[in-house]
Design a protein around this ligand. Structure first.
Ligand SMILES: *Cc1c(COP(=O)(O)O)cnc(C)c1O
Length: 389
């Protein structure tokens, strides 16, 4: 037999310990969360203005190596606003990996634009820059990079850093520059990850984070737009605050806009979580190290390790099935979940969802191959405690 399922379960148990049920990813509230949330209630500042929103934005910008962070209600809304500000709208196409969470592509569709699906690199699980360059050469023309078939302008590239692992950013930035396409990074999963020492989310015109309950750092629900561009940050604040012009009492608005700002209550959670970020990252990396070690002796699978030149937050750990075990994915999922080890397949590929089935695309064979091989395994910060020094 290509893969010994019992051996795999036993090896995972050496990392997870005991017989307890382990969820795929649970939040960790080990700091001043109660204190800060309570102070919002005590002070009466629960909504979209308040000192925690300001503090969270300042501390987040510092942690992510950017000049500005704008706190938003969730990651999808943050992507939506960032794409609109980058000029994405009807008649545009946006390059996006088919291997991503649906939120990335929903945000593009909310702009009235078309996703244009791109393939993945098996080393990073993110966009493959060389394959993208060849595709853009073949299918676009003109100074404004139009799709020759649809006539639409390729208005943005949205790389997504899968499970917190960096896309090949040297390669991708070169392609984006060569074709003159702005880049909005979906770094929803990648807080604390770096590429050549530079934090993910800080490479493009803007980057986006998510603080959903299953992410490394949570605000309940939440997201952020990161940017070094002061005008972009100002416009992001304006667009997400009903485009209200600053005035002490007048209600004056200068465009159709959104109520997308993060409430103070959520930001209070975020400030408490950010204080623990370094510890969270250390534990997640320690957990990943233990998995890599434990899975090494199991024939038929390998633990996915961080790509070259990068340092990953290991938001979601993953094992990949080898050729001789690739048809056993569903058995692996069934068996592990039966014994209380919360595992999941990767997202169904976006070009296979009914609402995106006719969207333009390149050859997607690498993503299609990866989809059959990836199994995510429990990754909560708590699980890393026993493994961190
Ligand atoms: C979580 C996530 C999002 C969306 O974030 P929400 O806060 O849930 O809206 C977008 N893209 C990716 C890749 C994600 O993992």
């Amino acid at each position: 037999m290509a893969l010994d399922l019992q051996l795999l379960v036993d090896r995972l148990r050496t990392v997870l310990g005991g017989e307890d049920a382990c969820a795929l990813h649970e939040p960790c509230f080990g700091g001043r969360e109660w204190e800060y949330v309570k102070s919002c209630l005590d002070e009466g500042w629960v909504s979209s203005a308040g000192r925690y929103v300001d503090a969270f934005e300042d501390q987040l910008a510092a942690a992510c190596g950017v000049n500005h962070a704008v706190a938003i209600v969730n990651g999808t809304a943050a992507l939506h606003a960032a794409l609109l500000l980058a000029g994405v709208g009807p008649g545009c196409e946006v390059i996006v990996p088919t291997l991503t969470f649906v939120g990335t592509v929903n945000a593009i569709a909310h702009c009235g634009a078309q996703p244009h699906f791109a393939d993945s690199d098996p080393i990073t699980l993110g966009l493959d820059p060389e394959k993208l360059a060849r595709h853009l050469e073949a299918c676009t023309s003109g100074d404004d990079c139009r799709n020759r078939v649809t006539g639409n302008r390729i208005a943005a590239i949205v790389p997504m850093h899968t499970f917190g692992h960096a896309v090949d950013m040297d390669g991708l930035c070169t392609v984006a520059e060569r074709f003159g396409i702005p880049m909005i990074e979906d770094a929803a999963e990648a807080i604390g990850s770096t590429y050549r020492g530079k934090p993910l989310g800080s490479f493009g015109l803007a980057g986006v984070l998510s603080f959903n309950g299953n992410k490394t750092l949570t605000t309940g629900g939440g997201g952020a737009i990161l940017t070094n561009d002061a005008t972009f940050a100002r416009d992001a604040r304006h667009l997400s605050t009903t485009a209200k012009k600053a005035h002490r009492w007048e209600f004056d608005h200068d465009r159709v806009a959104f109520n997308y700002r993060m409430p103070n209550l959520n930001a209070a959670l975020g400030v408490a979580q950010l204080e623990q970020l370094d510890g969270f990252l250390a534990r997640k990396r320690a957990l990943a190290g233990s998995y890599a070690e434990a899975v090494r002796g199991v024939q038929g699978v390998r633990f996915f390790e961080e790509p070259p030149h990068s340092r990953s937050n290991y938001w979601l750990n993953a094992i990949l099935l080898d050729d001789d075990a690739v048809n056993l994915r569903d058995e692996v999922l069934a068996r592990t979940n039966e014994v209380g080890i919360g595992t999941r397949p990767v997202w169904k590929l976006m070009h296979r969802l009914p609402m995106f089935a006719v969207a333009p695309r390149m050859d997607l064979s690498v993503a299609e191959d990866l989809e059959r091989r990836i199994v995510n395994i429990p990754s909560s910060v708590r699980l890393g405690m026993a493994h961190a020094a």
